[in-house]
Design a protein around this ligand. Structure first.
Ligand code: PGA
Length: 259
């Protein structure tokens, strides 16, 4: 069985005061839920706060990005080791907002991914097509190139340490969600492509869906056999919404290991 995983992506939101309240409410809301894993990816300056408030709970924490180099003259950048110093479990790699706004590529993603793994983190690697690409029907080709782009550099064995996230860009922050069967089809495609390299890695890898997941649609998404949880943006900023999504994951039937 693959355990469901629900990860909050706060993006550039929060302040010390608000974070404290939100994290406390999340911790209280998911306490005792044992059938799924939960995490919160906060802006870098709040990693210490997340560590203080989340250690010893069933909510892990992570960073939203790590640089593709170990260290050096990269003003404003943060390395995998720096975030690992704050006890992070996860690091999101190449979210579409970083691909779009910071010109990250599959190649830079592969480098960040390798370093994140070396630093002991679990990368959450984001893939997904834009609205234009969706409309011309090239979703699979786009996702395949994003997957192959890192697979060719990182290698299949290391990919066993990665969590994947399929996030159609047209669904992120737009209120439009891929239907459960649309998302399931892409997740199945991703798993099938990895299965051509390694059946076991494919069977065990967790593929999260992201793009306007909320309490109202989470259960329908999480019931799909290849959807192993969610990467949650806007809805993760409201504790009641986020906790309800975590509860939906906790209640979802365990996904069978199938490829
Ligand atoms: P959203 O963001 O839930 O606000 O659509 C998801 C994400 O960007 O990870």
């Amino acid at each position: 069985m693959r355990r469901k995983l629900v990860v909050a992506n706060w993006k550039m939101h929060g302040n010390l005061e608000r974070n404290k309240l939100l994290l406390r409410e999340v911790v209280a809301g998911v306490r005792g839920l044992r059938n799924a894993d939960f995490a919160v990816c906060v802006p870098h300056p709040y990693l210490f706060q997340a560590q203080q408030l989340l250690k010893g709970t069933n909510v892990a924490w992570g960073a939203q990005n790590v640089h593709q180099s170990e260290q050096g003259a990269y003003t404003g950048a943060v390395s995998a080791w720096m975030v690992a110093d704050f006890g992070c479990t996860y690091a999101i790699i190449s979210h579409s907002e970083r691909r779009g706004q910071f010109r990250e590529t599959n190649e830079s993603a592969a480098k960040s991914m390798k370093l994140a793994i070396k630093a002991g983190l679990t990368p959450i690697y984001c893939m997904g097509e834009t609205l234009d690409e969706y409309e011309v029907g090239v979703t699979e080709a786009v996702v395949a190139s994003q997957l192959d782009g890192v697979l060719n550099i990182v290698g299949i064995k290391l990919l066993s340490k990665v969590v994947f996230a399929y996030e159609p860009v047209w669904a992120i922050g737009t209120g439009k969600t891929a239907t459960p069967s649309q998302a399931q089809a892409v997740h199945e495609f991703i798993r099938g492509r990895v299965a051509k390299h390694d059946l076991e890695v494919a069977a065990n890898m967790r593929i999260l869906y992201g793009g306007s997941v909320k309490a109202a649609n989470a259960a329908q998404l999480f019931v799909m056999p290849d959807i192993d949880g969610g990467l949650i943006g806007s809805a993760s900023l409201a504790s009641d919404e986020f906790v309800a999504i975590c509860r939906a994951a906790n209640q979802a039937p365990g996904s069978k290991k199938r490829v």
